[in-house]
Design a protein around this ligand. Structure first.
Ligand code: NDP
Length: 248
């Protein structure tokens, strides 16, 4: 039996891109899935697809920037499946632009979704994981969590924050003896709907060019599965996954 079989996995941002690919990959390996995002039509379609291949899956429409909705999501998962083994903290947005354009709403939104959403999700799953002395939290940072580049200032800030949160959480749980594993995944350019969140035409043109070498979301889904399927005493803490041809 694989170390993914029967595990209950919450995936935020499951309605497209990396989250959707992770849902399919983990369902094919026997996980029980709880999918979350805002677009219900997408979640329903994905649920139908996964059920067609015999997977066990439920979904809950959730905005990760709402603390209460994240608490409700964790409660829903516990109610449906009795435990939470893995959180894939994946929901994120990337409206990039120079600071001088003063897109304050986009700064706020990025901080709300990419940082607060990640924290709310961790806060929602930690109590039951700690009680069971078992669990795995996988956070999606980015190469932008390692590098900084013009136009990506706020996005890079949020992804650096995700990496800091991952490492801090890892240390706190390790010293507390809770057996909770933490994995920080930093993808490079991956084909998804992420670029659509950038509204500034000049920045978007640059990104479109940069993403010509992008790899499939499946590549990241396989890395997520790899981290989960290791024995429980093995923590895959940090992964950077770029297209082979990506320089920075
Ligand atoms: P997508 O845009 O395809 O997916 C983003 C997902 O996040 C969607 O399912 C979206 O669903 C969800 N989401 C956005 N806002 C919210 C919200 N407020 N509440 C709940 N869900 C939300 O992009 P990716 O799959 O590429 O992105 C996944 C993660 O990977 C992100 O954290 C991103 O930063 C990271 N990443 C991606 C890279 C890439 O090149 N693609 C590179 C490095 C990191 P909905 O709109 O239905 O709510």
């Amino acid at each position: 039996m694989s170390n993914i079989q029967e595990k209950v996995v919450i995936i935020t941002g499951a309605s497209s891109g990396i989250g959707e690919a992770a849902a399919k990959e983990l369902a094919s390996k026997g996980a029980k899935l709880v999918l979350a995002a805002r677009r219900e039509d997408r979640l329903k379609k994905l649920q139908d697809k996964i059920e067609q291949i015999g997977g066990q899956v439920v979904y809950k429409v959730t905005d990760v920037s709402s603390h209460q909705q994240m608490e409700d999501l964790a409660a829903y998962a516990l109610n449906e499946f009795g435990k939470i083994d893995v959180l894939v903290n994946n929901a994120g947005i990337m409206p990039q632009a120079f600071l001088a354009l003063k897109k304050v709403d986009e700064w706020d939104r990025m901080i709300d979704v990419n940082i607060k959403g990640v924290l709310y999700a961790i806060g929602a799953v930690l109590p039951s994981m700690r009680e069971r002395k078992s669990g795995h939290i996988i956070n999606l940072s980015s190469v932008a969590g390692h590098n900084i580049y013009p136009g990506g200032t706020v996005y890079c800030g949020t992804k650096h924050a995700v990496r800091a949160i991952s490492e801090g959480l890892r240390q706190e749980e390790a010293m507390s003896g809770t057996n909770i594993r933490v994995t920080n995944i930093s993808p490079g350019a991956v084909t998804s709907e992420l670029l659509e969140t950038t509204t500034d035409p000049a920045t978007k043109a640059g990104l479109n060019d940069f993403y010509k070498i992008a790899i499939d979301a499946d590549s990241i889904a396989r890395a997520i599965a790899f981290a989960i399927e290791q024995p429980s005493d093995v923590g895959i803490n940090e992964m950077i996954i770029r297209p082979t041809a990506q320089v920075g």
